[in-house]
Design a protein around this ligand. Structure first.
Ligand code: ZN
Ligand code: ZN
Length: 359
């Protein structure tokens, strides 16, 4: 819970028409439409008009009741939008530049204090006073907390990244979840990937993004996924099929369903990066002697730091243009039709992402 500033230090922004948020009240309940006629921006805050939000697998898990979430909550943590108002004294991009009204931006899923021991040690996603877009119970003066809305109220401590006008919104909206997380996962391998065999388990958007990032760094990438369609898509994201790449030095487990396989597969001296296990699952048995004798490293990545989001956007705007990131959004629904959008995202064989646009 943030400390409310004295009213004089807040900039009141009146919205006409009012902003709209679709609020999730709990499993089985219909989404509620809430009108937000104004926001009070504190120093360092910004108000963004949403251009496009995308529905992440974790939103689907929440709606299904597969993972706990506070309610009422505005879901959605993958968006691109345009800054329409800024708090008293200005706000900054993650690089420290002055944020301006009119800037097209993406922003981190997390809001961090920047001052605690964890923020100081570079794991701002585990800040002692963390808040997350799309995950917080709505509260007075912070109602616009997620992407299932016409506007999002960005709080000071959010990593905000300016994005090029020329990049399609469909490539940008997932940057603040899938692409930045994939960047963090690849970076966690901690080695020069040029010529290195990398295996990715799971051809969801994190896995595909990790494949493209690793391939661009010179790795020889294979992707394992039960779906032939997804495996074919992985080839467009830099994966090689059919070639024997040998035992992978780096394994990225992006599905959450192949942890034991990932640990078995990695070469002697290799690294397993676990990034897909973001839902409750049965524990797996660890053979400690095997880990010791094979000199392997097993590491976990959850969310990312602001620098990862900046790097991910840099990739999408640069060499990442060679990969079909703009094709990941299979259908776009109106915000007023968010129920149908969620249903489409949960359907078997759903596209990687379903989009939501405000009217
Ligand atoms: Zn997500
Ligand atoms: Zn902190």
């Amino acid at each position: 819970m943030r400390t409310l500033l004295p009213h004089a230090e807040l900039r009141d922004v009146v919205l006409r028409p009012a902003a709209t948020a679709r609020v999730w009240l709990g499993a089985g309940a219909p989404l509620e439409t809430v009108a937000v006629p104004g926001v009070a921006l504190a120093a360092g805050d910004a108000l963004v008009a949403v251009e496009l939000s995308t529905i992440c697998g974790s939103d689907v898990h929440t709606v299904r009741g597969d993972r706990p979430s506070p309610a009422p909550v505005v879901l959605g943590h993958e968006s691109v939008g345009r800054v329409i108002a800024i708090g008293e004294g200005g706000a900054h991009t993650v690089e420290g530049g002055e944020l301006r009204v009119g800037d097209r931006v993406v922003w981190s899923v997390t809001v961090s204090c920047g001052a605690c021991d964890r923020c100081a040690s570079g794991i701002s996603q585990k800040c002692r006073s963390l808040a997350k877009y799309g995950h917080e119970r709505i509260e007075p003066r912070w109602e616009l907390t997620g992407g299932f809305a016409s506007h999002v109220h960005l709080r000071r401590g959010t990593a905000i990244v300016r994005v090029p006008e020329s990049l399609p919104a469909a490539a940008l909206a997932p940057a603040s979840c899938a692409t930045a997380t994939a960047w963090a996962a690849v970076a966690r391998s901690g080695r020069d990937l040029d010529g290195v065999a990398v295996r990715v388990y799971g051809a969801g958007l994190v896995g595909l993004s990790a494949a493209a990032i690793a391939a661009d760094l010179g790795a020889r990438v294979s992707v394992v996924d039960p779906s032939a369609e997804r495996r074919a898509l992985a080839e467009r994201f830099g994966a090689e099929s059919g070639a024997d790449l040998g035992s992978p030095k780096v394994v990225i487990e992006a599905s959450g369903h192949a942890v034991a396989d990932a640990i078995d597969a990695v070469d002697v001296g290799g690294t397993v990066v676990l990034v897909g296990s973001v839902f409750p699952a049965d524990p797996i048995a660890l053979d400690a002697e095997d880990i010791v004798r094979r000199l392997i490293t097993i590491t976990g990545v959850h969310n990312y730091a602001g620098s990862d989001l900046l790097a991910a956007v840099g990739f999408l705007a640069g060499r990442g243009r060679a990969y079909p990131f703009a094709d990941v959004v299979g259908a776009v629904h109106q915000l007023s039709d968010a129920e149908a959008a969620l249903e489409a995202a949960a359907a078997p064989g759903a596209p990687l992402r379903i989009g939501l646009v405000p009217r």
